[in-house]
Ligand binder design. Structure first.
Ligand SMILES: [Zn+2]
Length: 182
């Protein structure tokens, strides 16, 4: 990732998702005073993306690395317990995924995570309500769009930054999104 010009206006309010292989992103964001939130599959801390059996298996963050990043200012959120599509597994299992992952991460981090990212961006009205009742303050899904003040706190959208994007690619995308929203 190289940088060409200054960050766009409102940069602090633009949620980006940097895909897992882009492990160089945090030092770059940190140098620019930007924050980062990393969503953890609480049942796979130190494990792999076992839910993607057909995909190459990536080594996921272990507890030690998570705590080191937390001490550098990275915020952690829940990506559920076992990366199931929460709107399809039934209410009880969805509740279990949301609450157990929150408890596991609270134990590790010292305070409960405030944000959950829905696995596969799969969610529904029931899942949004369960997320709120489980104690989360917000939730994010995919959809590659920006948010307006009318977007539900439990349906926040993200822009996915692929590992081969340049800063110019990202700037083009942000300009296009801003035209669509504002
Ligand atoms: Zn995921």
């Amino acid at each position: 990732m190289t940088h060409s010009s200054g960050p766009p206006a409102h940069a602090e309010s633009i949620p980006l998702t940097v895909v897992v292989p882009n492990r160089n992103a945090w030092p770059v964001l940190r140098r620019r005073g930007m924050g980062a939130i990393v969503f953890v599959v609480a049942g796979q801390i130190g494990g792999t993306n076992a839910w993607d059996a057909d995909e190459p298996q990536e080594q996921l963050l272990d507890a030690e690395r998570i705590l080191a990043l937390q001490s550098e200012g990275v915020v952690f959120g829940s990506h559920a317990m076992t990366h199931q599509p929460l709107a399809r597994i039934g209410r009880d299992r969805a509740w279990e995924e949301l609450t157990r992952s929150r408890a596991v991460l609270a134990d590790l981090l010292g305070s409960a995570p405030e944000v959950v990212a829905y696995p596969f961006s799969n969610q529904s009205r029931v899942v949004r309500e369960l997320s709120a009742r489980a104690g989360y303050r917000a939730a994010v899904r995919g959809k590659g769009r920006m948010n307006s003040r009318w977007t539900s706190a439990f349906g926040l959208r993200r822009i996915k930054v692929e590992h081969d994007w340049t800063v110019a690619d990202l700037e083009r995308r942000l300009h296009r999104e801003r035209r669509r929203v504002f």
